[in-house]
Write a protein that binds this ligand. Structure first.
Ligand code: VG1
Ligand code: CO
Length: 542
């Protein structure tokens, strides 16, 4: 039986870079999750009798919201729900399942790399039938709806047993509980040369994969250890925990420091990698070398043809605007299209659907391809393994040769987290006001060639997205980018992205922060980061 429940709107349900993210207690307010889910459904058309995929990264509050979402799917007239066993689906696996079973769309419950637990973060996002995050037009419609919503629909179906595989009848709607790993692992086998990787592991190749107590644990166990024969213990922290063991499941040099230290040590394995809360990010560290995500994108693109799934070559490469231009040089050499989008995977969807890009990436440790419509952490790791197996060289050798061929884009991101929102806004407003006057001036001896607020004109549907980050471009190709995060849940996070191109191999071995120090100082001169935020240094450097 379906009930119509009266509700009052919340004013703060605007989806950010990747869905709605709030602290758990915010989500625990009466009807908060229900309102958002109903706002999603009310913004869609034609789903009666269709399939909805539901899954999450296993964080605190996951199971409760999954039960609510199933009952609301039934109440709103979906014909079928596919849900991961235990309520678990990594983001890329959910994207794949939506596509494979031609679902209408999916709800992914995750706050990704944000911490989890009773006082930490939770999130909900909607992915469309192509498997990709809802485009801006849809997230805007969802937000508008959330401001006026007055009722939601929910069926009284009792609790679904999420732990038992198979079919359940939920008040006339069919619920299928599926193995979260099987379909995804099968897809990976079609893309990569598992025999070659298996042979490499048999030959003594050692790897460390840190699942950070998040969703990729079961995926890594099955794929790396079981199917590829990596020694037991290759996957670490592989049991997903609702609070990620108290850590940030963010695979960067701060939160995955133990892995980094090990990879820099004497007895380092051949290859290290980590993924985030919902399994769409990847951190890649070779023995004694950290591969910055922007470089990883370029190196993967340059070598992708070595993997069976990409042997026909790439149609194009897309990267988010703040991501370094390293991949541009690969696209140029390959003679394929290069696209620069705003931050957030939702902007890649059209390019992938239109067959204009095959590989996409972001500086924030996100890389993926047209195999799904999300970034995909394990996919990137497997592509690296495939390349390592085919080239028979270390990650360090591959990186050094890559730089020798293309030059090196020194690149770093500085995050100022939990800055006072007003101070962060003031900084951005002031900077915007000065943009027109910057070109032609010099800072620390570096001449500014151009400055703008990035706007994206989608070449597929013609939509325009404005105010996507402030770019200051220097003569010689260096640049600094400033933007505010759209995924944080307390205060504001200012991100500064700096990049400098170095063609000369004699200078490819510098420490990144040193190589960029002048540029970093110039960025502070230009934007007054210390003045506005009162911070002497960033909270996270990647
Ligand atoms: C951040 C990253 C962005 C990424 C997004 C979602 O967004 O910068 O590149 O797409 O997180 O990633 P923002 O607005 O905070 O800069 V995930 O793995 O958290 O879904
Ligand atoms: Co993520």
């Amino acid at each position: 039986m379906t009930r119509t429940v009266e509700t009052k709107p919340f004013s703060d349900q605007k989806p950010g870079t990747s869905g709605l993210r709030k602290k758990v207690p915010v989500f625990q307010q009466e009807h908060y999750a229900e309102n958002f889910i109903q706002s999603v459904f009310d913004s869609l058309e034609g789903f009666q009798g269709q399939t909805l995929v539901i899954g999450g990264d296993g964080r605190y509050f996951n199971r409760e919201v999954i039960q609510t979402a199933i009952a609301m799917a039934a109440g709103n007239g979906f014909g079928r729900v596919i849900v991961g066993q235990g309520g678990i689906l990594s983001t890329p696996a959910a994207s794949h399942i939506i596509r494979k079973y031609k679902a209408f769309g999916g709800l992914i419950l995750s706050a990704s790399h944000n911490p989890g637990g009773p006082h930490e973060d939770f999130g909900i996002k909607y992915n469309a039938g192509n498997g990709g995050p809802a485009p801006e037009k849809l997230t805007d419609a969802i937000f508008e709806r959330s401001k006026t919503i007055s009722r939601f629909l929910i069926a009284d179906i009792g609790l679904v047993d999420l732990d038992r595989l198979g079919f359940v009848d939920a008040g006339g709607m069919e619920v299928e509980v599926v193995d979260p790993v099987a379909d995804y692992a099968e897809l990976m086998e079609t893309l990569f040369d598992f025999d070659a990787i298996r042979t490499m592991f048999k030959g003594g190749f050692r790897m460390a994969f840190d699942a950070m107590h998040a969703v990729t644990g079961p995926y890594a166990k099955e794929i790396l250890e079981k199917r590829l024969g990596a020694p037991a213990g290759t996957a670490r922290n592989f049991v997903p925990l609702p609070d990620f063991g108290g850590h940030h499941p963010d695979p960067n040099l701060v939160h995955a420091k133990a892995l980094y230290d090990e990879m820099m040590g004497d007895d380092a394995p051949d290859f290290g990698a980590a993924s985030d809360g919902d399994g769409d990010r990847n951190l890649v560290i070779g023995r004694s070398i950290f591969i910055t995500p922007s470089d990883s994108l370029a190196m993967l693109a340059a070598n992708a043809h070595l993997a069976p799934g990409y042997k026909a070559g790439l149609k194009g490469i897309a990267r988010s605007m703040p991501t370094s231009g390293a991949a541009d040089r690969v696209a140029e050499k390959l003679g394929i299209g290069m696209y620069e989008t705003p931050t957030g995977w939702k902007f890649f969807g059209n390019l992938l659907d239109a067959g204009m890009a095959t590989i996409c990436g972001e500086e924030s440790a996100g890389t993926g391809s047209d195999h799904v419509r999300e970034k995909d952490g394990l996919w990137a790791v497997l592509l690296w393994l495939n390349i390592l197996a085919m080239r028979g060289e270390s990650a360090r050798e591959i990186a050094t040769k890559h730089w020798a061929t293309y030059g090196r884009n020194y690149y770093s991101r500085h995050d100022y987290e939990e800055v006072e929102t007003e101070a962060a806004n003031r900084l951005m407003t002031e900077l915007r006001g000065r943009l027109a006057a910057l070109p032609g001036t010099a800072v620390r001896g570096m001449k500014i060639a151009a400055a703008d607020d990035f706007a994206y004109h989608d070449p597929v549907d013609g939509s325009v997205s404005k105010n996507q980050g402030i770019r200051v471009m220097f003569e010689g190709g260096s640049r600094a980018v400033f933007r505010l995060s759209g995924t944080g849940t307390s205060g504001a996070t200012l991100r500064l992205y700096v990049e400098r191109y170095e063609p000369d191999p004699a200078h490819h071995d510098l420490d990144t922060q040193e190589a960029l120090s002048e540029l970093i100082a110039a960025a502070d001169d230009i934007a007054g980061i210390r003045r506005h935020t009162g911070r002497e240094k960033p909270s996270v450097i990647t």
